[in-house]
Ligand binder design. Structure first.
Ligand code: AMP
Length: 579
C-alpha cells in the first residue's frame, strides 16, 4: 500500500485536510457535517487546549486566551501570548496541524506522517520555512510546500488537456490574493500575484456590525460596544446575515435581550437588503479589481490572454464578486468547486502526484443551464418588459437555492405573471420558457410592492420556483421535474442553426433529413475542435489542420460519403495531435 500523503490548506481563517482515496479527492470531515476547521487556538479557563470551533467561540469573550490569524505572523521572530504562556507562530500553527493530522488518522484508520501544505504565492522563504517547521513540530514531514493558487488551479483543472492561463481570485476571511497562473497538465506556474493580506469577508462582517451598532444607537440610544457579550453575538449574527445575503435579497438580524440599557432589555430586529449590503462592500470589491489589473500587468498579460477566472475562498460566494468580475473582465468566473475546499483538494492532488496515486478529475454535480425569470428593465436604453434576470447560473453546483426581489409596477397591482426561462439571452423571449404561473390576490398597495422569487434545484435536478409577496407571505409556486434534461433537443437546434448559417441558409429554412443534419452537426463540432487546436499547433501541423478543416467545410455541401471521408481524415489528424 502506498504511504498516505495528505494535502493541507493551512489558512488564515480556516484550514482543511484532504486526501486521495480510490482515485478521488476527499476532503475529510473535521466534525459532524463540517469540513472546515477554524484556524483558531485557545486555552480554556480550565487549561484545556481548544482548537477550531470551540476556540473561535471563546475568542470574543476571552481574546487574551485565544489566538487567531496566526498565519499573518508566520516567519516573524516573535512570541504570541496565550493564557499564561507565550508561543512562537510555528508552535501555534503546529497545534492546528496536529489536530488536522489526528482528524485524518481517525478518518483513515492509519497513521499519517507526510503532508503537502499550501502557502500564499507571496510568502517569503522565511514564511515558507516557518510553515515547514510548524509541520515538523506537528509530527508531519512536509514533502512539499505549494502555492495556494497552484493548488486551486490543480483542483479545477486536473484531467484537463492543453495549456491554459487562469486568473485565480482568492477572497478569504481575512486575506485577498489574485494570481495569474499558467497550467499544463499537472504543472502550474504562478506568473504574478498581488493582493492585500488585510482584506476579506471579515471586513464585510464589520460593515454589517457597524450598520447594526448605528441602528441600536439611533433606536435605543446605547453604544453596544460596551458589552463584550453583545459584540460577540453581533459578530456571529453579522456573519450569518452576510452568508444569507449571498442567496437571498433580504436578511434579518434578530437578537433578543442583546443587552440591558437603563434597566430595560434591548432587543435587536434589523432587516438588511442585499442592495444596501452591496453598497457597503462595493469599495472593497473595487480594490480587488484594481489588484487584479496589477497582477495582470505583473504577468505582462491583458484580459484577453486569460482563458478563465477561478474563484477561491469563502467570500467569493458573495454574488457581487462574480458580477463585478464579469463586468470588468467580460467573462463569467468559474465557481463550480466549493471555494473553501478547492485549495485543500489541490494540495491532495499534488500529494497524489508525489505519492504516485492516480487521480480522476474532481467531479461535481452542476446545472448545465442558466435559469431565470423576466422583469421590466432597460434594454439598450428602452424600457422592455421581458429583460432576462438569471437566478441560477449554469455550472452552479446543486443543490442550490437563490432568490431575488422584484417590485410591482403600478398602483393596486393585484397579480404578477412569473415566467421561468432557461437560457443565456438577455431578452427572456429569446430563451426557452419552461414554465409560468401567476401570483394573484396581492394586497392593495402602491407600485413597488416587493415580491421575492426563489429558484431552487434539488439533488435530483428538480426545479422549484416560488414567488412570495414580502409583506403578506402570500405565495405561489411551481415544480419543473425535468428542467435539467428536457432541452437536449434545443442544443441540437442551436447546432442546426449554426450549420445552416454555414451554408448561408436562413436560420428558419427547412433543414435536410435528420440523419444528414446530425452528420453535419458533428462536422461543425469537429471543425470547431480543430480550430481550437490550431491556436496551439506548430507551423507544420497548423498547415495540415487548415487543409483538413477546409476539406470538411468543402465537403459539407457534397455527398454524405464525401463528408464522412473528410471528417475521418481530420479526426485522424486531431487524434495524432492530441496524443
Ligand atoms: P476562507 O478563508 O476561504 O475559509 O473564507 C472564509 C470567509 O468566507 C469568511 O469571511 C466567511 O464568512 C465567508 N463566507 C463563507 N460562506 C459565505 C457565503 N455563502 N457568502 C459570503 N461569504 C461567505
Amino acid at each position: 500500500m502506498n504511504e498516505i500523503i495528505v494535502g493541507i490548506d493551512l489558512g488564515t481563517t480556516n484550514s482543511e485536510v484532504a486526501v486521495i482515496r480510490d482515485g478521488r479527492v476527499e476532503v475529510i470531515p473535521v466534525s459532524e457535517g463540517a469540513r472546515i476547521l477554524p484556524s483558531v487556538v485557545g486555552i480554556a479557563d480550565d487549561g484545556e487546549l481548544l482548537i477550531g470551533e470551540s476556540a473561535k467561540n471563546q475568542y470574543v469573550l476571552r481574546p487574551e486566551r485565544t489566538v487567531r490569524s496566526i498565519k499573518r505572523r508566520m516567519g516573524e521572530y516573535t512570541r504570541v501570548p496565550m493564557g499564561d504562556k507565550d508561543y512562537s507562530p510555528q508552535e501555534i500553527s503546529a497545534m492546528i496541524l496536529r489536530r488536522l493530522k489526528k482528524i485524518a488518522e481517525d478518518h483513515l484508520g492509519q497513521p499519517v506522517h507526510k503532508a503537502v501544505i499550501t502557502v500564499p504565492a507571496y510568502f517569503s522563504d522565511a514564511q515558507r520555512q516557518a510553515t515547514r517547521e510548524a509541520g515538523e513540530i506537528a509530527g508531519l514531514e512536509v514533502v512539499r510546500i505549494i502555492n495556494e493558487p497552484t493548488a486551486a488551479a490543480l483542483a479545477y483543472e486536473s484531467g484537463h488537456e492543453g495549456a491554459r492561463t487562469a486568473l485565480v481570485y482568492d477572497l478569504g476571511g481575512g486575506t485577498f490574493d489574485v494570481s495569474v497562473v499558467n497550467l499544463e497538465g499537472d504543472v502550474v506556474e504562478v506568473l504574478a500575484s498581488h493582493g492585500d493580506n488585510h482584506l476579506g469577508g471579515d471586513d464585510f462582517d464589520q460593515k454589517i456590525i457597524d450598520f447594526a451598532l448605528e441602528h441600536i444607537k439611533q433606536k435605543h440610544g446605547v453604544d453596544a460596544r460596551q458589552s463584550a457579550t453583545a459584540m460577540a453575538r453581533l459578530q456571529r449574527a453579522a456573519e450569518a446575515a452576510k452568508i444569507a445575503l449571498s442567496d437571498r435579497p433580504f436578511a434579518t438580524i434578530m437578537e433578543e435581550y442583546l443587552l440591558e440599557h437603563q434597566g430595560a432589555p434591548v432587543h435587536l430586529s434589523l432587516e438588511i437588503s442585499r442592495d444596501d449590503y452591496e453598497a457597503m462592500i462595493e469599495p472593497y470589491i473595487a480594490e480587488t479589481l484594481i489588484a487584479t489589473h496589477v497582477a495582470l500587468s505583473g504577468a505582462h498579460l491583458t484580459v484577453s490572454d486569460i482563458d478563465e477566472i477561478l474563484l477561491v475562498g469563502g467570500a467569493t460566494r458573495t454574488p457581487l464578486v462574480a458580477r463585478r468580475l464579469e463586468e470588468e473582465l467580460g467573462m463569467q468566473p468559474r465557481g463550480e468547486l466549493n471555494p473553501d475546499l478547492c485549495v485543500a483538494m489541490g494540495a491532495a492532488i499534488q500529494a497524489g502526484v508525489i505519492g504516485g496515486t492516480k487521480t480522476s478529475a474532481v467531479l461535481v454535480d452542476v446545472t448545465p443551464y442558466t435559469f431565470g425569470t423576466s422583469a421590466i428593465g432597460d434594454m439598450d436604453g428602452e424600457i422592455y418588459p421581458y429583460c432576462f434576470v438569471p437566478l441560477i447560473r449554469k455550472n452552479t453546483p446543486i443543490p442550490v437555492s437563490k432568490s431575488e426581489v422584484f417590485f410591482t409596477s403600478f398602483d393596486g397591482q393585484h397579480k404578477v405573471d412569473v415566467g421561468v426561462y432557461q437560457g443565456e439571452d438577455r431578452d427572456a423571449l429569446n430563451n426557452i420558457e419552461i414554465g409560468q404561473f401567476t401570483i394573484e390576490g396581492l394586497r392593495d398597495a402602491p407600485s413597488g410592492n416587493p415580491i421575492v422569487t426563489t429558484f431552487s434545484i434539488d439533488v435530483d435536478g428538480i426545479l422549484h420556483v416560488t414567488s412570495r409577496e414580502k409583506a403578506t407571505g402570500l405565495e405561489h409556486s411551481i415544480t419543473i421535474n425535468n428542467a435539467m434534461t428536457r432541452f437536449e433537443n434545443d442544443k441540437l437546434d442551436e447546432a442546426r442553426a449554426r450549420v445552416r448559417s454555414l451554408f448561408g441558409e436562413e436560420a428558419t429554412a427547412p433543414g435536410p433529413a435528420t440523419e444528414n443534419r446530425r452528420h453535419r452537426v458533428e462536422a461543425v463540432a469537429l471543425v470547431e475542435k480543430a480550430e481550437r487546436l490550431l491556436e496551439k499547433a506548430g507551423a507544420e501541423d497548423a498547415e495540415d489542420l487548415v487543409n483538413g478543416i477546409e476539406a470538411v467545410k468543402d465537403a459539407m455541401d457534397k455527398t454524405d460519403e464525401a463528408l464522412q471521408q473528410a471528417m475521418d481524415t481530420l479526426a485522424d489528424l486531431l487524434y495524432y495531435l492530441e496524443a
